[in-house]
Design a protein. Structure first.
Length: 244
């Protein structure tokens, strides 16, 4: 069985990493390339970069930034935000990333997930689900969809997605722990890996996430002190969690 993955997540706006609470009050926390490099050097298993303004600004993902990131880091990374077509995804892969994630565009046209999976392979496609109260929201959490998160995860799997990135808006940035109930419900409903996102504040929170998901996304717990990644891995081992 694969070891669980620790995946720092960098929300990007204008080339800078930002972080808020429950998707609100975004604040600048550093340069995307520099911070990504620090996590790569610090032993992250993977990285996720999400352009949180691309959809709201009606523009594509910053391909040039992806090139700079690919030159700096030595681990796999996923990029999302503004991916609306197979061409958009292929441009990101050509720039150097390993996987693409889709969210709002896939909700607007679910066939996009099928097209991406068929053209790029399931291993390169991640569907990001942002949920509040178990219900999916789109456009960086600003728009209600009325769609049940578990139902959408099942459909995404049927359409060939390789992973689900599940973010609890209720827990995002709170450092009070992951939404384990929601994460478990989604993970139990699909056979593809689920990445738990939103709420990590302690090693115990991450351990608990690994009980129901295959990977844990990390943001607030790390951004103010990237070196925390190394000590977090040691803490997890002390808690009996097998990590790389």
């Amino acid at each position: 069985m694969p070891l669980p993955r620790l995946i720092p997540c960098l929300d990007v706006a204008g080339g800078r990493v930002v972080k808020g609470v429950k998707f609100q009050g975004l604040r600048d926390v550093g340069d995307a390339v520099e911070l990504g490099g620090a996590y790569s050097d610090g032993g992250a298993d993977e990285l996720v970069f999400l352009d949180v303004k691309a959809t709201l600004d009606e523009r594509g993902t910053l391909v040039q930034l992806v090139r700079h990131i690919a030159e700096r880091i030595a681990i796999p990374f996923t990029v999302g935000g503004g991916v609306r077509s197979v061409d958009d995804a292929q441009a990101l892969l050509a720039a150097g990333d390993d996987k693409v994630t889709v969210n709002s565009a896939a909700l607007a046209r679910p066939e996009l997930v099928t097209e991406l999976s068929e053209r790029l392979g399931s291993q390169a496609v991640v569907v990001a689900i942002d949920a509040e109260g178990g219900v999916v929201r789109s456009r960086a959490g600003t728009t209600e969809t009325g769609l049940d998160a578990v139902a959408w995860a099942r459909e995404a799997e049927q359409r060939g997605v390789g992973e689900i990135l599940l973010t609890s808006i209720d827990a995002d940035g709170t450092r009070d722990g992951y939404d384990l109930e929601l994460t478990a419900a989604v993970a139990d409903a699909v056979d593809v890996p689920v990445i738990a996102s939103g709420g990590a504040g302690t090693a115990e929170h991450v351990r608990d996430a690994f009980d129901v998901a295959q990977a844990a996304l990390l943001a607030s717990i790390l951004h103010e002190n990237p070196a925390r990644l190394v000590s977090l891995r040691a803490e997890l081992r002390e808690l009996g969690v097998a990590v790389r």
